[in-house]
Write a protein that binds this ligand. Structure first.
Ligand code: PMP
Length: 310
């Protein structure tokens, strides 16, 4: 086992050593790129010596939906997976910020578009770094690739096939000199702003938070939903969910990306137009700080959003 690998993972109901989690190369998941997954973060609270998984129920609910949409059948319930996520973290004795990755894939079985093979599930956990204390504002560009749409490959499903669209956009953005990971912003087939390659997008104009609706070809992001609630209920910031034009990106006072991975990432320029001051804006900062305190359990409100591991 290499030093970088986690000690163990959860596979189909059992905790197994990292190096023993193997699937055959003929597996349907490799042939059809048809796995579905979730990305979840857990934040370590130093004072409380507690690890809080952020919105575990909401992520696992979305995983169960993704599994159902692609017509896989899980032999594990959401409650089973909740326990399994916690068991995997404990088995790895994770006392640090952690990224949790549950993945549903096909077991051995015949080839067929409807699968015809049993659904397997694996949960991996690995140490991760939070950027919520960084003020860095990133450079983004509007992609030449169009965001997939609900009638083609529904962005609402968190499946690998959809990420081919994201991968093309992210690779193009990186080669064009924008942020290597979060640099791509995609428009949908109607030419309206959709989302980033792996995160949703929010704008601030005259103190109001504006974000594309869930019908604009976005993933129904757990972070987006949380930030809308934080803005309205904690910060008293108005939120409007509506279609967004491309040029609104250039005229916004502030823009930021949000997602489990991206957390709250300020955007300093788009297509080489400076956004606001080019640095983290005041509303973005307040949103980010409030989000940080909630996910880490420093702010005790919204206790239902946090699942303590220990
Ligand atoms: N959009 C896309 C395409 C994503 O991959 C992600 C990351 N899961 C998000 C948005 C943000 O979703 P969430 O806040 O649920 O992580």
């Amino acid at each position: 086992m290499s030093d970088e690998s986690p000690r163990c993972l959860w596979m189909n109901g059992e905790i197994v050593p990292w190096d023993r989690a193997i699937i055959h190369v003929s597996n349907l998941t490799i042939r059809l790129a048809s796995s579905v997954f979730e990305g979840i973060r857990a934040y370590w609270n130093v004072e409380q010596r507690q690890l809080y998984v952020f919105r575990l129920d909401d992520h696992l609910k979305r995983l169960m939906q993704s599994i159902a949409f692609v017509r896989m059948e899980s032999r594990f319930s959401q409650a089973d997976l909740t326990e399994s996520v916690l068991a995997t973290i404990r088995a790895n004795e994770a006392h640090h910020d952690t990224y949790i990755f549950p993945l549903a894939y096909y077991g051995a079985g015949p080839f067929g578009w409807m699968g015809g093979a049993p659904t397997n599930l694996v949960i991996t956990v690995a140490p991760t770094h939070s950027m919520l204390r960084s003020d860095e504002a990133i450079a983004c560009g509007v992609s030449s690739w169009t965001r997939i749409s609900d009638n083609v490959l529904p962005p609402r499903i968190k499946c690998f096939a959809n990420y081919q669209n994201s991968a093309l956009a992210a690779a193009e953005a990186a080669r064009n000199g924008y942020h290597p990971h979060w640099g791509a912003l995609l428009l949908n087939a109607q030419g309206k702003v959709s989302e980033g390659a792996g995160a949703c997008l929010m704008l601030v104009r005259d103190g109001t938070l504006i974000t594309s609706p869930v019908t604009s070809g976005i993933l129904d992001s757990v972070t987006r939903r949380s930030l809308i609630q934080i803005a309205r209920d904690i910060l008293g910031v108005d939120v409007v969910e509506r279609e967004v034009d491309r040029t609104e990106l250039y005229s916004a006072d502030e823009v930021f990306l949000c997602g489990t991975g991206a957390e709250v990432t300020p955007v300093g320029s788009i297509d080489h137009y400076q956004v606001g001051s080019g640095t983290i804006g005041p509303v973005t900062r307040r949103m980010r700080d409030a989000y940080h305190d909630l996910v880490r359990g420093i702010d005790s409100r919204y206790a239902e959003w946090r699942t303590g591991v220990y």
